[in-house]
Design a binder for this molecule. Structure first.
Ligand code: IPM
Ligand code: SF4
Length: 460
């Protein structure tokens, strides 16, 4: 029978149960961070249970990290969550990449970087952006705190199989447009909930030509379309990325031959399909308070239809008005980081844009690598220096200003161009005004002090 990539991986993991009802499925990799793990470990302790497979579990610290002074965590709650993770992982024998450790970083950056994220695996984490790992042709989704406890104790999870949606991406990207623009373009077109109940597979020639970093950016934001799982079929690009990494399979040829079975047989196997052409896609920028409230940078902001229009509330919060040009959005901050866009390739793209320039007056810039390995590599290659010469602050790895759970908060009323994934009210600090965009766009905005169309001659 003809099947999708998702179906093939799913059925390899089912232990019991029928399709249509909750099925017990096996988990190959359980990633942990300090925010959603304290209660689950308490639960184990209170019931005298151990972690069933510490060898299939990996913990890191990211959300609470103080990126300016990594060992100086002032906030009581942050310190407590971090100390608790150290204590719990020690007691239960789970490997931990703690602050300062070479392997530490944002959980969705370090999983792939360590070679833990592999095709055909079933990967979970108590975090909604777990979809990132689907870029490797894995089933990866975020789970709730009680589910984290269940996985720790049993290495399994009860789940109802979602439906599948294929999104075929066609066309050649304009120079200076990126995977971030594709996924933002898709969400702007179809909204923030079209993926609810579906596992999305991105495919087509455009996706095949994307790097692993770019595929991760797309899968990462599947949750912003309402889907818990985004994935891409594994191919030579995937294998090349994994080969040689610390946790890559020892018999790589055998692993590769196994992975090659995992692909969607026929487009008609998807429950739903969409097509998105990128040939004329301009860089995207959000103007509102959800990731769907986005516009191509060369356009004006949308109208307000009536008093009940969500756009009205969004405009009030964000301090902009309909019909103004996206390039007239003035910025106070830029943030380059987060599990969407803090990998080496992202930093390199941003640095190329900034090279030889200086930030606009009154713009503060935080550049936050996704992991210590990326940070070290960027220092070595000179990228860090480019950012510093441009006037940016070069930080330690963590979630940082992606969410206001650490000292990196955007002040109330300030506009920030951000490479992260969510522009909800208060997301980057109470009253902060977020504009999501690609690393190249955010870097160029930092130099200009407002958004600019980087596809025009001056930039390409
Ligand atoms: C703190 C965590 C549970 C949360 C998530 O699940 O996504 C965070 O990572 C986020 O991006 O909002
Ligand atoms: S970087 Fe942002 S989106 Fe990613 S895990 Fe951290 S807080 Fe969540």
């Amino acid at each position: 029978m003809s099947k999708t990539l998702f179906d093939k991986i799913w059925e390899k993991h089912v232990i019991t149960g029928e399709i249509g009802e909750a099925q017990l499925i096996y988990v190959d990799l359980h990633l942990i961070h300090e925010v959603t793990s304290p209660q689950p470990f308490d639960g184990l302790r209170n019931t005298n249970r151990r972690v069933r497979r510490p060898d299939l579990t990996f913990a890191t610290m990211d959300h609470n990290v103080s990126t300016k002074d990594i060992f100086n965590v002032q906030d009581h709650m942050s310190r407590l969550q971090m100390d608790t993770l150290v204590k719990n992982t020690k007691e239960f024998g789970v490997p931990l990449a703690s602050i300062g450790d070479d392997k530490q970083g944002i959980v969705h950056v370090v999983g792939p970087e360590r070679g833990l994220t592999q095709p055909a695996k079933l990967i979970v984490c108590g975090d909604s952006h777990t979809a990132t790992h689907g870029a490797f042709g894995a089933i990866a989704f975020g789970i709730g705190t009680s589910e984290v406890e269940h996985v720790l104790a049993t290495q399994t999870i009860w789940q109802v199989k979602p439906k599948t949606m294929g999104i075929k991406v066609t066309g050649k990207l304009l120079k200076n447009t990126y995977a971030k623009d594709i996924i933002m373009g898709i969400i702007a077109k179809y909204g923030v909930s079209f993926g609810v109940g579906y596992a999305i597979e991105f495919y087509g020639e455009t996706v095949e030509n994307l790097s692993m970093e770019a595929r991760m950016t797309m899968c990462n934001m599947s949750i912003e379309a309402g889907s818990r799982t985004g994935m891409v079929q594994p191919d030579q690009t995937t294998f090349d990325y994994i080969e040689g990494r610390e946790q890559a399979p020892k018999d790589f040829e055998a692993a590769k031959n196994y992975w090659l079975q995992f692909y969607t047989d026929d487009e008609s196997d998807f429950d739903e399909t969409l097509t998105f052409d990128v040939s004329n896609l301009k860089p995207m920028v959000t103007w509102g308070t959800n990731p769907g409230m986005a516009t191509p940078v060369d356009q004006s902001l949308p109208a307000i239809k009536d008093d009940n229009d969500a756009n009205a509330n969004a405009y009030e919060y964000i301090g902009l008005h309909p019909h103004m040009k996206a390039t007239d959005i003035n910025l106070d901050y830029i943030f380059i980081g987060s599990c969407t866009n803090s990998r080496y390739e992202d930093l390199e793209i941003a640095a190329n844009m900034m090279k030889g320039h200086h930030l606009a007056p009154n713009v503060t810039a935080w550049i936050v690598p996704g992991s210590r390995a990326i940070r070290n590599r960027a220092i070595k290659s000179g990228i860090a220096k480019i950012f510093e010469d441009a006037g940016c602050e070069w930080r330690e790895p963590g979630c940082s200003a992606c969410l206001a759970m650490n000292p990196d908060k955007i002040p109330a009323g300030k506009h920030v161009a951000s490479t992260s994934n969510r522009n909800f009210i208060g997301r980057q600090g109470a009253g902060s005004r977020t504009h999501l965009a690609s690393p190249a766009m955010v870097a160029a905005a930092g130099i200009a002090g407002h958004f600019v169309d980087i596809t025009v001659d001056e930039f390409v």
